[in-house]
Design a protein around this ligand. Sequence first.
Ligand code: MG
Length: 350
Amino acid sequence: MANPDFALTCPVPLGRHRTLQLAHGGGGRLTRELIEGLFLPAFDTATPNDRHDSAVRPFGASRLAFTTDSYVVHPRVFPGGDIGRLAVIGTVNDLAMAGARPLYLSAGFILEEGLPIDELRRIAGSMRAAAEACGVELVTGDTKVVDRGKGDGVFVNTSGVGLVPPDIAIHPRRIRPGDAILLSGDVGRHGIAVLSVRGGLAFESPVESDCASLAPLVSSLLDAGVDVHCLRDATRGGLATALNELALDGGVAMEVEEHAIPVPEGVQGACELLGLDPLYVACEGRMVAFVPGASAGRALAALRACPGGEQAACIGTVQTGPPGMVALRTRMGSRRLLDLLSGEQLPRIC
Ligand code: MG
């Protein structure tokens, strides 16, 4: 008789860790191992189709995009935003990355006993303002309170749904050799803004988070008639992590030019001081877009004409080559690999 406990599945090994590490939440190699080795086999939904910021499913004659994200940023208020704004913008952006028009969000709160009610009111107000600015509605939610010392003030989860317009197919599988890689703006602001208020670090040039909706930039590309192959917001793990995920999931190689990637002076200075690589520092209002090489000029013009896209740049190309390989052509002309992070660079950045 078959032993029901014996199943011939072969999940990706969960590495050497027997307990959860902070890096399992960092968006790099360990996060990928956790998803591929534990969650996908457990949920039995290991469809490679869903390696994207939102799941897209048929809904009547349309297609629905659905996504969820949790926010644990520390501290909760930082230059350019707070946990409430981040929770709305982050989920709106994950919908936009599938080409969807964001419509409705839910908000789930895990709150710690002792949290000042005024602070919670400010966070809720910030969520409402961000939702109004993005044209989405917060329509349902949940509140749980845990004992003093058993949480860390406020954790927020937001889920969101949106409608994907007809004839739009934006997905890592559509990335092709020859595609141009466009970046919508400068990198590293969000991570450095959060770090600047963590532990009382004061940088010479203050850096504000780039936390902003990417939906208008996506619309500008689609309205210009660009056949967008793929989009990804460069959040946790920064630009380098976004490129690595897409190179792996799209089965392609990529080469990007260091000189073409805008890094603000304040971010560069802080990174030098702290020993960080700005290409791995989180953004919350920047995306990479993969478009056919022949459309790169039109796509760049559309992005630059849209508020928030003024610094958009073509940073490289997709190449035939070892799937998953991302190379950086440095300012000195040498070539180095940009790998997935194996540890945690900046915990609780979003
Ligand atoms: Mg995302």
